[in-house]
Design a protein around this ligand. Structure first.
Ligand code: ADP
Length: 389
């Protein structure tokens, strides 16, 4: 079996897959999450999709220990004990890694050099690789990158308008959420038939949020940049922001780079605008006008980025929503699509309210869909492919 790990600052999500025979899509047989690290740690595990149970973790449980417990649990389950490889979600692969890669010390060192490009995620992703390595030095480990799907972006959508010397140092747009977009791209032919190969805009709306424009199922343009701060308004990140604001914060408000980074990653976005929460469910349930304003702002920016992406594609043949908000929030989808009516997009209110797979109104010229994302299956498939090689 293949273990997939998605390690964050306070949680480690995992999923266990049986590789399909002859290159079939691997099937998920177990999974769970260690959360509340390090102070309120709980490990929840499930076999199949139903039976969840909690395994107590000791106080002050740091990430390596939680990963050790996950490995112990997997190996202690008779049907899962034959663990053959571990796949990791790694947020940044720089310009170098357009494909999943087997990790060794040299690769780990290269991945370390991208930490400043993704300070919120990369250190935890790499710590997880090290934790597995110290628990079992022999098990093959693979890194799968959120940036890789965007390796196909043309120069016009990849370069940033900065001096050549900066660009020579790797300052460019990389894009993120690539594992999610790869999953959606793999589902599009079944969902859309011929149109799948046309101009499709996918909106990944979760705590992190971005849009990606595809043609021929490949990334052409995305809203995130060199780091995951760019583009849409997010839970706690601002998205596209006048860089003069950062200069002002440093020069006039006296923020040091580290404080500025912390504020940009943790205090902005929906949380900064509302002063209440980064969680869309909380904002929707509140009658505080600041919450309604934050949601309005989020939807306006999402619509603007979808439209900008349609410019890059020369039009739009389909719109797809995915991730926590995209899959589950009818009011957010409706507020976004209302702003795009002039492009020919129109939702069916009942289908939208029911989170149906097909959302477009019968007189909408353009299909609008929900595709539930599944980054773990993309990672398991990549690992299975590498093992077959
Ligand atoms: P990430 O993987 O980036 O942490 P998710 O894709 O799980 O994020 O999305 C988290 C977001 O999805 C949160 O803002 C949450 O409020 C939102 N969300 C989840 N379920 C719902 C729902 N039923 N209605 C509205 N928003 C939801």
């Amino acid at each position: 079996v293949i273990l997939v790990l998605n390690a964050g600052s306070s949680s480690v999500k995992f999923a266990v897959f049986e590789p399909g025979a002859d290159g079939a899509v691997p099937s998920r047989v177990a999974g769970g999450i260690a959360e509340g690290l390090p102070d309120r740690p709980v490990l929840s595990v499930r076999r199949g999709s139903v039976d969840t149970r909690s395994i107590p973790l000791g106080e002050n449980c740091v990430q390596p220990e939680a990963i050790g417990r996950i490995l112990d649990w997997v190996r202690g389950e008779p049907a899962l004990a034959a663990l053959s490889a571990v796949g990791h979600r790694v947020v940044h692969g720089g310009g170098e890694f357009g494909e999943p890669v087997r990790v060794d010390d040299r690769i780990l060192e290269r991945l370390e050099s991208f930490v400043s490009l993704a300070p919120l995620h990369q250190p935890h992703n790499l710590a997880a690789i090290r934790a597995v390595g110290s628990a079992d030095a022999a098990i093959p480990q693979f890194a799968c990158f959120d940036t890789a799907f965007h390796a196909t972006m043309p120069a016009l959508h990849r370069e940033l308008p900065v001096p050549a010397a900066w660009r020579a140092r790797g300052v460019r747009r990389y894009g993120f959420h690539g594992l999610s977009y790869e999953w959606v791209a793999s589902r599009l032919p079944d969902e859309l038939g011929e149109k799948a190969h046309g101009r499709v805009v996918v909106a990944h709306l979760g705590n992190g949020a971005s849009v990606c424009g595809m043609t021929q199922l490949r990334s052409v343009r995305t809203s995130m940049g060199m780091t995951a701060l760019d583009g849409l308004v997010m839970g706690t990140r601002p998205g596209a922001l006048d860089v003069g604001v950062a200069l002002f914060a440093m020069e006039t408000m006296g923020l040091q780079p580290r404080e500025l980074a912390r504020a940009l990653y943790n205090d902005c976005g929906l949380l900064g605008l509302s002063g209440v929460s980064n969680d869309v469910r909380t904002l929707l349930a509140s009658d505080d006008p600041r919450c309604a304003f934050a949601l309005d702002f989020f939807c306006e920016r999402a619509a603007q980025e979808i439209a900008a992406t349609a410019v890059a594609l020369g039009g739009i043949d389909a719109l797809v929503f995915t991730a926590g908000i995209g899959e589950n929030s009818p009011p957010v989808r409706s507020s976004i699509v209302r702003r795009l009516a002039w492009l020919g997009l129109k939702l069916d209110p009942d289908r939208n309210a029911a989170n149906s797979r097909e959302l477009q109104a019968s007189d909408s010229t353009i299909p609008i869909r929900i595709v539930a994302t599944d980054e773990e299956t993309v990672i398991a498939s990549a690992v299975a492919r590498q093992l077959r090689r």
